[in-house]
Design a protein around this ligand. Structure first.
Ligand SMILES: Nc1ncnc2c1ncn2[C@@H]1O[C@H](COP(=O)(O)OP(=O)(O)OP(=O)(O)O)[C@@H](O)[C@H]1O
Length: 240
C-alpha cells in the first residue's frame, strides 16, 4: 500500500486531559481508508488534530511534507478537504452560497459536484438549513470536492441518516474515492466493508489495529474485540 498521509505517535491534550496517547495511522494514496473505533475512542479528535483544529504533537507527513505544525488554513491549502461531523453548513445561506464560500481554486469543479449530487443543482437556491440531513451532508461533501483536494476527510457522514440516504452517501463516497483518496470515520460497518480498503481501529486514544478492512470485518472475534459489535449486517447497496 502506498501511504499518502502517515500519522505517527499523535498525541492530544485538551484542558489537561490526555485524549490521544499515540495514534499511528496510514492513509492509503488510493480509495477509502476507514478510521474505526467505539464511541469515545478518539476518531474525531484524530481528524481534528490532522486538520490542526486541536493542539497536537507527533508526526504528520502528508505526501512527503511535514504538516504537523501547520495551522488549519495551511493544512487546507495543502489539499486536505474536511467534512466535519456536524457538517458545518451555514443554515441561513442557500446551497449555492454555501458552495461558493468553499471555493478555493480558480476553476472550482462544479461539473463533478453536480454530476455526483444532481439534487444540489436542483436545490441551489434553497436555504441550506431547510435541507434534510442527507442533503446537508451532500453539501458538506460537495464542498470538499469543489477544490482540487488531494485527500478528503469525512467524519461520520452517515450518522443519523435513513438507510436509503446512507446508501446514497456511500455511493458518492465510493465514486469520489475513484479520483480522490478518502479518510472515512464511520460506525456503519456494512458501509465500511463495502467501500473501504485499509482501516485503522482506535481504542482509548491509541491505535489498536491497522490492516485490511474486509479481513478485519470478516473476522467475527477480532471485530467484536476491537469494535464491540458483530460485523455481519446486510451491506448497503453501492450502485456505482
Ligand atoms: N474538547 C474536549 N474536551 C474534553 N474532552 C474531550 C474533548 N474532545 C473530546 N473529548 C473526549 O475525548 C474522547 C475522544 O473523543 P472523540 O470525539 O475523539 O471520540 P470518537 O471516537 O470520535 O467518538 P464518537 O464515535 O462518539 O464520535 C472522549 O472521551 C471525549 O469525551
Amino acid at each position: 500500500m502506498t501511504t499518502l498521509l502517515a500519522v505517527r505517535d499523535l498525541r492530544v491534550v485538551i484542558d489537561g486531559l490526555h485524549i490521544l496517547h499515540g495514534v499511528d495511522l496510514d492513509v492509503a494514496a488510493t480509495g477509502v481508508t476507514a478510521l474505526l473505533g467505539r464511541n469515545g475512542a478518539g476518531k474525531t479528535t484524530t481528524v481534528k488534530a490532522v486538520m490542526g483544529l486541536v493542539p497536537r504533537t507527533g508526526s504528520l507527513v502528508f505526501d512527503g511534507a511535514d504538516i504537523g505544525r501547520l495551522p488549519t488554513h495551511l493544512v487546507v491549502r495543502r489539499g486536505i478537504g474536511y467534512a466535519p461531523e456536524d457538517r458545518g453548513i451555514f443554515a441561513g445561506l442557500s446551497v449555492a452560497e454555501n458552495l461558493r464560500l468553499a471555493e478555493r481554486d480558480s476553476a472550482p469543479a462544479y461539473d463533478l459536484v453536480f454530476e455526483l449530487f444532481p439534487e444540489l443543482k436542483q436545490r441551489h437556491k434553497q436555504a441550506a438549513g431547510t435541507l434534510s440531513g442527507g442533503q446537508q451532508q451532500m453539501v458538506a461533501i460537495a464542498r470538499t470536492l469543489l477544490n482540487g483536494n488531494r485527500l478528503i476527510i469525512a467524519d461520520e457522514p452517515t450518522k443519523g441518516l435513513a438507510p436509503k440516504i446512507v446508501t446514497e452517501v456511500a455511493d458518492v463516497l465510493a465514486r469520489a474515492a475513484e479520483t480522490v483518496p478518502v479518510l472515512l470515520v464511520e460506525q456503519n460497518l456494512a458501509l465500511v466493508r463495502r467501500v473501504a480498503g485499509h482501516c485503522a481501529v482506535l481504542a482509548d486514544g491509541r491505535t489498536a489495529h491497522q490492516g485490511d478492512a474486509r479481513e478485519l470485518l470478516a473476522d467475527e472475534d477480532a471485530a467484536r474485540r476491537l469494535l464491540g459489535v458483530g460485523s455481519h449486517r446486510p451491506a448497503p447497496e453501492v450502485t456505482s
